[in-house]
Design a protein around this ligand. Structure first.
Ligand code: GLN
Length: 310
């Protein structure tokens, strides 16, 4: 697609070389011990193209908990279930604040600012729970397995338990949502399922493949299923662009120019509509909570390939 295959692989290898000097800068998340022990010198990048190409470089087989990347999958499923009624329960505006703000939720009278904030993801999880009942935990996991084509993907139980144990603020958000009657299920159950989906473990190759449906008008070429409509895929991409990186989505759009989502474990996933999905990972975060090296790598990648939606 972009010159011969070798040329494309060369770009990824060049990116690995270029970011080497930055490895170790930034700090790994430490709100739970299992994340605090992540090796900050790890780095991987993977690209999956809609026409079946797969390219990767660095520690592409290393698994990590996907954390907030799961919010994309929860949003997709909730949007498929409720259609536009979803927007009666969650807005589509950048939060301009930390991702787990109780204050914003209070000010919004229980309406999360967007589905990629913690409160927004609790609402999308609640929608999935109402639809699937006791099967929900499995449904959340199956979604990632089917999209990536990797049946080995599972939960990291230790991380899930630690999230449940330490996630006081997220639990508070669930109860606040319930107080505003924006949850249909018990806040404790919804929060537990939210934590579990954050604890799904995958590698960069899995994540790049799993997002192909968003590059491909809602059709997942791996499972052969229309996951969401083309219109829904377009709309989710717009939310990724405007709300995917906490308080610095504008900076990400400026530097990378593509819809994407950051996570506290150091993964960043990016969608190039019609072309490919990219996942980059390095555990150390910058002051904004975005992976310092993954961001640098994606900026370099976008510059070298000229891929941007602008
Ligand atoms: N589990 C994390 C939390 O709930 C996910 C946050 C993230 O990846 N940004 O705070």
């Amino acid at each position: 697609m972009y010159g011969v295959r070798m040329e494309f692989e060369q770009i990824l290898n060049d990116v690995v070389g270029d970011v080497r000097a930055s490895l170790g800068k930034g700090s790994v998340a430490n709100y739970i011990p299992a994340l605090a022990i992540a090796d900050p010198t790890k780095f991987a990048i993977a690209v999956a193209t809609v026409d079946g190409g797969l390219y990767s470089a660095g520690d592409a087989n290393d698994r990590f908990s996907i954390q907030s990347i799961s919010k994309i999958f929860a949003l997709s499923q909730a949007f498929a279930i409720l259609g536009n009624d979803l927007w009666g329960r969650v807005s589509r505006e950048n939060a301009g604040s930390e991702l787990n703000s109780l204050l914003l939720l209070e000010l919004g009278a229980g309406m999360p600012r967007n589905p990629l904030s913690n409160s927004g993801a609790i609402v999308t999880t609640d929608v999935i729970l109402t639809e699937n009942g006791k099967e929900t935990k499995n449904v959340l996991l199956e979604f990632v397995k089917e999209r990536s084509g990797n049946s080995e993907i599972g939960f990291n139980e230790e991380i899930a338990q630690l999230e449940v144990e330490h996630g006081h603020r997220t639990k508070a958000l669930s109860y606040l949502l319930a107080s505003f009657k924006n949850l249909e299920n018990h806040p404790k159950t919804v929060a537990m399922l939210y934590f579990y989906q954050c604890a799904i473990e995958a590698n960069c190759v899995d994540l790049a493949k799993s997002l192909l449906y968003l590059t491909n008008k809602g059709y997942c070429p791996i499972s052969g299923r229309q996951v969401i409509s083309a219109s829904q895929a377009r709309r989710i991409n717009s939310i990724l662009l405007t709300c995917g990186h906490y308080d610095v989505s504008g900076d990400f759009a400026f530097r990378v120019g593509l819809p994407g989502k950051s996570s506290v474990s150091g993964a960043i996933t990016v969608v190039v509509p019609g072309k490919m999905a990219i996942a980059a990972w390095s555990p150390a975060l910058n002051r904004d909570g975005v992976s310092l090296v993954a961001l640098e790598a994606l900026e370099l990648f976008a510059t070298k390939t000229g891929l941007s939606i602008f």
